[in-house]
Write a protein that binds this ligand. Structure first.
Ligand SMILES: [Zn+2]
Length: 120
């Protein structure tokens, strides 16, 4: 089984999509609130195999990121939700774990950690 094709929006594209959704919501925007509107945008994009830009990794843990992209493998609550590894920075292997799921750097949707030791 292969991973369906997917695309990750740039920050600029995401902002335009979000603003368009906010405009389209018109008078309902206030009732929805920013969080719900973002959820709707995310779910709508995800249904088409398009995903939000990667978040800036939280400091003090491994910066490896993972984007669950396969609708056959993940449910609606995890599909398209970026995961960051919760282990020590530079933990020295390619297996990462966010607490909710584990992944390997070789998997589709995996973004290896930026090592802090690279310049040394
Ligand atoms: Zn890690």
């Amino acid at each position: 089984m292969s991973t369906p094709p997917y695309r990750i929006l740039t920050d600029d594209e995401y902002e335009r999509v979000y603003r368009a959704a906010a405009d389209a919501a018109g008078p309902h925007r206030q009732n929805l609130g920013r969080y719900t509107l973002a959820e709707i945008v995310s779910a709508t994009l995800t249904a088409a195999g398009v995903f939000e830009p990667a978040p800036t990794p939280e400091p003090d843990t491994c910066s490896a990121l993972y984007l669950p992209t396969d609708p056959e493998e993940f449910d609606a609550h995890t599909l398209g939700v970026w995961q960051q590894c919760g282990e020590e920075p530079d933990h020295g292997d390619t297996d990462h774990n966010s607490g909710d799921m584990g992944w390997d750097d070789g998997m589709p949707g995996a973004f290896p950690a930026r090592t802090t030791e690279q310049e040394a």
